[in-house]
Design a protein around this ligand. Structure first.
Ligand SMILES: [Zn+2]
Length: 98
């Protein structure tokens, strides 16, 4: 089972995150989108084609959620409703709610 995610500002249920270079395109050409394994089937339907093993990484999802939770607490992350994002050390992190 997945490790429990930190519960803060609605980030507990996050199952899709992005990590990439700050200031660059977020389509995946300058970083990676990662999904929790529990969300694999739904995410494949949502994006239109199935996820492979490399698209799912529960540890990476947890890591980005923890980073963004800390950034939210410090006022360094931005809650846009559908997603929360923040930059640290030249990298952009996003946690998607939808
Ligand atoms: Zn791109």
């Amino acid at each position: 089972m997945n490790a429990p995610l930190v519960d803060f500002a609605g980030l507990a249920g996050i199952h899709h995150v992005y990590s990439g270079k700050a200031g660059k395109c977020t389509c995946g050409c300058a970083g990676t989108h990662r999904y929790s394994s529990a969300y694999r089937e739904e995410a494949g339907k949502a994006r239109g084609y199935a996820l492979d093993d490399g698209d799912c990484n529960d540890r990476q999802v947890s890591k980005v959620v923890r980073l963004l939770t800390a950034m939210l607490i410090n006022g360094n992350a931005h809650d846009e409703g559908g997603h929360v994002w923040g930059e640290a050390d030249g990298r952009l992190y996003i946690a998607y709610r939808d």
